[in-house]
Design a protein around this ligand. Sequence first.
Ligand code: SAH
Length: 468
Amino acid sequence: MESLPIFMRIAHSRCLVIGGGDVALRKVTMLMKAEASIEVVAPEVCSELLALEAEQQIKITRAEFSPAQIDGAVLVIAATDDEAVNTQVSVEAKVRNVPVNVVDSPALCTFTMPAIIDRSPLVIAISSNGSAPVLARLIRAKIETMVPATYGRLASLAREFRDDVKAKFTTTQNRRIFWEKVFQGPIAELMFSGQERAAKSALKAEIASGLDQQHGEVYLVGGGPGDPDLLTFRALRLMQQCDVCVYDKLVSKEVMELVRRDAELIYVGKARDQHTLPQEEINHLLVKFAKEGKRVLRLKGGDPFIFGRGGEEIETLMENGVPFQVVPGITAANGVSSYAGIPLTHRDHAQSCIFTTGHLKPKNGTQQNVVELDWVALTRPNQTVVIYMGLVGLDQICAKLVEHGLPATTPAAVVQQGTTLKQRVVVGDLTNLAEKTGLADLKPPCLIIVGGVVKLREKLAWFEPMQD
Ligand code: SAH
């Protein structure tokens, strides 16, 4: 993050605008909304600024810029069309530690003005840090349509009752849960439909009857294969309202970014061979947090019920009477094959598809690690085989498939970090895939896809991120 988004109270504080044209006027209008005490400095000003002066909304100093004018200002905006003056304003403001914005010159600014959606007291600001103001404005237009104008009224209502709620509910967590219920429930609906009086009495009643004690629950959520756009709406909603997030290695950084900022994050590992916390302990951790009244997000890569041990986790929750819900995610087989341009079924190549795990297990009574699978089932014709957790055992897997009857020429692929910008795909056949993969130095997680459909990638590959 290149700059810190903050909202600054400037009511009745002296704000200086250097320049008297249209651009200055735009900035003045914005500062007026925040009730600043505005001084415009320019030898000449446009008629609109003159009108504001006549209404005593702003003060105009008819002069060239001089550094001493900055003294005592809480912020300065340079909006002249003279580059030298703009630069001088920037330099002098920086020397005095006064925040400065120079219109259209991000390099000269210590703060930039975001695109805003004003639903006062609710304000949404969007910034591209000066890189793409047009994009910021387009995003603003999208959000404008999504946030009803009445949200501002709702925020005002909340402000009116903030102290009462604080007095009634003792912990921040309980207050947050209370407000989330208000903002997502019938009280908000009453406000949106203009029944403000009814909304107010309903809110009063809700505060009076609310219990200062909350019940915890667990959300077992599939975070998908990596690309955050592949999350479900429900996943996102629950990710935004959890108190604690228990997550493992497979969840992508981009998906983690969408978890509520204030949630406590607990990493429970699960990288191959270095389980940070044993499964039993994870199960009990979820129970413990829920019993403390917390809303626990158990966030997993892909889908929780596909090689995700989700079943075991909810079993423990059930035994302990903890309420929970399960949100499916796009499993690696689905997401990764789509992004690799490999359809899992195809009229000419595969009428069925098997998902299996290629995890190595110690062979009974030996030091050796082996992959033990139902090779007969995996080598049936006209079928696609998708192997999770198979990178380490890849050479064994390919050899066994050939040994049990698949032609050595069967196309096969390994996809690294599918759906993300780090996606890489290695394609070969059962004789050379392991070697090619080794040479390419692929990093986990990797998914193996075996079958005639892999050939289709030659035509259908579409997702090609630029590698750094
Ligand atoms: N529950 C998960 C799977 C967990 S097992 C799901 O439904 O996807 C972990 C294995 O999933 C990894 O070893 C790898 O084989 C596969 N995997 C998960 N995400 C992947 C990705 N983005 N790219 C490639 N393989 C992935």
